[in-house]
Design a protein around this ligand. Structure first.
Ligand SMILES: Cc1cc2nc3c(=O)[nH]c(=O)nc-3n(C[C@H](O)[C@H](O)[C@H](O)COP(=O)(O)OP(=O)(O)OC[C@H]3O[C@@H](n4cnc5c(N)ncnc54)[C@H](O)[C@@H]3O)c2cc1C
Length: 374
């Protein structure tokens, strides 16, 4: 399907643009990134270049500033970006909160937030998890008490990726203790510079500062910043999580594996392992294309299945990259490994988290069992 001649001109257009406009320093920064969450010092300049071309948000409908591509074109664009070594743009704004603002937002909220997400003027973080609420997210306790036209927030969020860069957060807060835990949750859009917010770093296993704990001490947030109705934030969150989990894992991994393949001339066994992963990736890609066309399963089922397959394949490729980088041939060549091989160990360590975030893979397996077996 991707090789259909109907898409050749589109692929060539994207490829030509990337060859001319992806700067070397951004490509190099992406190759040295140790996480899928690439530093905004690298991603934001790239987002501005894409925005100037009208390509910053391939998934957005044209009415909100997307390029109006169909699903195959979007997939080809993702594959070409990965092939060229472009960095992933931060998903929290463009891919997570934007679709729910489009769906649940008032006209004023859409007009205010969406252009700033598109241009990169606003950088978002996700305030869902709390010290006592991860897999069991509905147990969240960050309290939002109405006071005049505001809510007053007290509590904390944890594992908040890039909160130290963000000027906005979308957060789930508790507005009621009546009924089921899911029934008393609201969805707020808030400013990170509001008085009373403190961001404390947490180091990852790889030593990076990628996520944080965020404390709220009498933080005032206008009720007008609520997305959807009070106590109905759980529906907004469920809608958002399908965007967080679904997605396109194969294009990025195929790009990465192809770059690794170039380093496997040194060893036939490594080359065979790369070939095996390449076959797995073809299968993953076929499933992603099926999901995109809505064939053979609900979007929730695909979102969970692709999350498991994508993250577990990524972790196997991380391990393989470590083996390639550790091959004695590199030591013989005075350690002249390419950029991407220089960061394989921090990347391997960082990516252990991929089967935990966005809902752990055990939870995804539970969801699949429930959807398929009832
Ligand atoms: C790198 C990283 C970035 C993150 N970024 C963000 C972010 O930006 N914003 C945000 O809100 N959150 C973020 N998170 C948090 C993430 O969503 C949670 O870590 C995740 O939901 C798991 O919750 P927990 O850590 O509390 O683990 P727990 O829920 O305590 O789970 C511990 C273990 O028990 C298993 N388990 C729990 N319940 C069940 C069950 N019912 N059946 C089977 N197994 C179960 C889990 O699979 C896991 O292995 C991030 C996490 C990581 C690692």
């Amino acid at each position: 399907m991707l090789n259909d001649p109907a898409f050749t001109a589109f692929r060539d257009e994207v490829r030509t643009f990337l060859a001319a406009h992806l700067p070397d320093d951004i490509q190099r920064g992406a190759a040295r990134a140790t996480s899928v969450f690439v530093d905004p010092a690298i991603t934001l300049p790239w987002q501005r270049i894409l925005h100037a071309k009208g390509w910053a948000a391939p998934d957005w409908p044209a009415e909100f500033g997307g390029p109006g591509w169909n699903e195959i074109e979007r997939y080809i664009f993702a594959a070409e970006c990965a092939r060229a070594g472009a960095p992933n743009l931060a998903p929290m704004g463009l891919k997570m909160v934007a679709p729910v603002i489009m769906h649940y937002g008032s006209p004023e909220q859409r007009a205010h937030y969406l252009p700033r997400i598109l241009s990169g003027e606003d950088y978002w973080c996700q305030g869902f998890s709390e010290p006592g609420a991860g897999s069991d997210l509905a147990a969240l306790q960050l309290r939002a008490v109405p006071d005049g036209a505001d809510y007053v927030l007290n509590g904390s969020k944890i594992w908040t990726t890039h909160a130290h860069f963000a000027n906005r957060m979308f957060a789930l807060v508790r507005t009621s203790n009546e009924g089921k835990p899911q029934a008393g949750i609201s969805f707020l859009l808030l400013d990170m510079d509001a008085p009373g917010i403190t961001v404390e770093p947490i180091r990852t296993l790889a030593g990076d500062h990628e996520f944080n704990q965020v404390f709220f001490d009498d933080v005032r947030v206008p009720q007008a910043n609520r997305l959807g109705r009070e106590n109905e934030g759980w529906s907004v969150a469920k809608h958002l999580l399908t965007f967080e989990r679904g997605g396109k894992y194969a294009p990025g991994l195929i790009g990465r594996l192809e770059r690794l393949r170039k380093q496997t001339e040194i060893d036939a066994v490594l080359r065979a392992q790369v070939d095996r992963e390449a076959i797995n990736l073809q299968a993953l890609q076929a499933l992603e294309l099926k999901a995109m066309r809505g064939v053979g399963g609900s979007s929730a089922l695909y979102a969970s299945a692709l999350k498991i397959l994508g993250t577990e394949t990524a972790q196997r490729i991380d391990a393989l990259a470590c083996e390639i980088a550790g091959h004695p041939a590199w030591a013989d060549a005075d350690g002249q490994a390419p950029d991407e091989l220089a960061v394989v160990v921090p990347r391997y360590l960082n990516d252990r988290a991929a089967s935990i975030y966005a809902g752990s893979n055990e939870i995804q397996r539970d969801l699949i069992a429930r959807l398929l077996l009832g």
